[in-house]
Design a protein around this ligand. Structure first.
Ligand SMILES: Nc1nc2c(ncn2[C@@H]2O[C@H](COP(=O)(O)OP(=O)(O)OP(=O)(O)O)[C@@H](O)[C@H]2O)c(=O)[nH]1
Length: 397
């Protein structure tokens, strides 16, 4: 037979399970996990104390249990705020918790009223759940959408249930009610109220996992130093664009470029300055290319830009702009000498029937010629003798 006590014990078990789930995120570096763990640990203790009503002294099963539950909900909010990089509203949480506890003590030892105690605690829970719902953005990026919306909606539903609970008990003032009353309304509020933390923890775990997956995907697809696309991502895009160009006969061009005498930059100014130059290269390269182009660091001081729908003339124009943009002096500090750098660029445009590897090899060979001819220049790769250029489909900008 379903009873308030059995609900409490089931939820306690669920909170213990949630603690184990949260433990799997320990060491993930995800902000908020510590607070969510502490919140669930306190909830387990609180639920056990609630379940001991009539066995343990009231001060433990009423004041002690509520204090722990109030703290656990506050910790959940703190976890969500930390996770989302927002300030934790410590003062309002402490004041709200203290006010709820003061009412609870008054309606226990002053005027003993279970309905009024429930109203006080419900107002506190309502406020914190609404604050959690408002903390979580309503329209996050697609990868985070489901966990964010799940948690946000769960928080608002829980807030609404606590508001209803508060109103319902406010209307019962004067009635003699028992805490573990087996009445259907009490069981319904119990079920939803005690499931609040596991539901929010589930949302928190989903949010944390989504973030870990997003960060892992970002790390795999981006160069950690410059933020440009990684070699891996670049070849994925290149294969996709190559297949598209072959299928619909559109143009595809490739620039491969390399910082000139970069070893000298490192040797003269230090490796850290070399790193600054590499970042500077990517920032300024990205200003020259379109949004649909892919700029990647292939390794060391070698980069590539893939230009979908760009014929050879367009690619040569972009390469000329890129070379000019990357003929730069970096002024890192007023007291130090400026760091000048240039790049050499090889340009190749896909010929009909050419493979991606062949296109890369031609662009690389052109870069090699640019280096051999004195650097700081653009060299166009000749078309393979048996092939003719792909007809132009679309103009640059
Ligand atoms: N700072 C820094 N240097 C790097 C990084 N990766 C590779 N390098 C350096 O890039 C330099 C490349 O030197 P080289 O291959 O001789 O080429 P270069 O000096 O640019 O000469 P050319 O390409 O012929 O103009 C080496 O000194 C590498 O240590 C990096 O991530 N950061």
């Amino acid at each position: 037979m379903l009873s308030a006590l059995s609900l409490l014990l089931v939820t306690t078990a669920l909170s213990v399970v949630m603690l184990f789930v949260l433990s799997s995120l320990k060491g993930s570096g995800v902000e908020g996990v510590r607070e969510w763990g502490q919140g669930n640990a306190m909830a387990v203790l609180a639920l056990l104390l609630f379940a001991s009503r009539g066995v343990l002294p009231d001060v433990l099963s009423i004041e002690g249990a509520n204090l722990l539950f109030i703290a656990s909900v506050a910790l959940m909010l703190a976890g969500f705020r930390r996770h989302l990089g927002q300030r934790v509203p410590t003062r309002p949480l402490l004041l709200g918790g203290a006010a709820a506890m003061a009412c609870l003590v008054f309606f226990h030892h002053g005027v003993d009223s279970l309905p009024m105690r429930t109203v006080a605690v419900s107002i506190y829970h309502f406020s914190v759940y609404v604050a959690i719902g408002r903390t979580i953005p309503a329209s996050p990026e697609p990868r985070l959408r489901y966990p964010y919306l799940f948690t946000r909606r769960a928080a608002f539903v829980l807030g609404t249930v606590h508001a209803c609970r508060g109103i319902f008990y406010a209307l019962q003032v004067g009635e003699t009610l028992r805490f573990l009353e087996p009445a259907p309304y009490n069981l319904a509020f119990f079920a939803i109220g005690t499931l609040a933390l596991p539901a929010l923890t589930l949302g928190a775990v989903m949010m944390a996992n989504a973030r870990v997956i997003r960060e892992t995907a970002y790390a795999a697809d981006h160069d950690h130093l410059t933020g440009a696309w990684s070699r891996r991502a670049f070849f994925n895009f290149a294969e996709h664009e190559h297949a598209r160009a072959a299928r619909i006969g559109s143009s595809l061009s490739l620039l491969v470029f390399d910082a000139d005498h970069f070893k000298r930059v490192n040797d003269t100014h230090g490796h850290a300055t070399g790193d600054r130059v590499l970042r500077d290269i990517v920032i300024h390269a990205q200003e020259v290319i379109r949004k649909i182009d892919y700029c990647a660091r292939l390794g060391g001081e070698e980069f590539a830009v893939l230009l979908p729908d760009a014929n050879h003339q367009t690619a040569m124009d972009v390469a000329a702009r890129l070379r000019t943009a990357l003929d730069r002096s970096l002024h890192l500090a007023p007291s130090t000498l400026p760091v000048g750098y240039t790049v050499s660029i090889g340009v190749a445009t896909l010929a009909p029937g050419e493979t991606l590897a062949e296109l890369m090899a031609r662009a690389d060979a052109a870069l090699y010629v640019a280096k051999a001819d004195g650097r700081n220049r653009v060299v166009s790769a000749p078309m393979p003798p048996r092939l003719v250029p792909v007809p132009e489909r679309r103009e640059w900008r």
